[in-house]
Design a protein around this ligand. Sequence first.
Ligand code: DQA
Length: 145
Amino acid sequence: MNKILVIHGPNLNLLGQREKDIYGTTTLEEINHKLTELAKENHLMLEIFQSNHEGELVDKIGKAKEDNIKAILINPAAYTHTSIAIRDALAAVTIPTVEVHLSNIYAREDFRHTSLIAPVAQGQISGFGLNSYLLGLKAIVELLK
Ligand code: DQA
């Protein structure tokens, strides 16, 4: 079974309580549950990791090859716009990566319009809430065919 690494960046542990007008009421647990269901339907195994710490995210991505990860689904959250280290880690491991965002980052503040991650990802899905993650996982299913 192909193993997919799902990475949630900073503050996504607060989903459900955090800025509900932007991110809605779905919790991270619910997102992970839906992703796990979709993964099972597609005979994929998920490893799910959330951290508020840039270095931990870099370490996790750096280990992905030895952990036999076949693709990465990542919401880098605020690190999308700031983290050269996460971008470099993804570039280093050369594992197909799909970037997702709950909100449409291009319809928000200017500082969210730049993703440092997008150039090293296969593609990006932004603005569909929980469905951004599910569409992202579906994109991975197709990428792995
Ligand atoms: C986010 C968008 C980012 O700009 C923000 O910092 C987040 C969440 C999203 O999923 O919409 O924390 O990645």
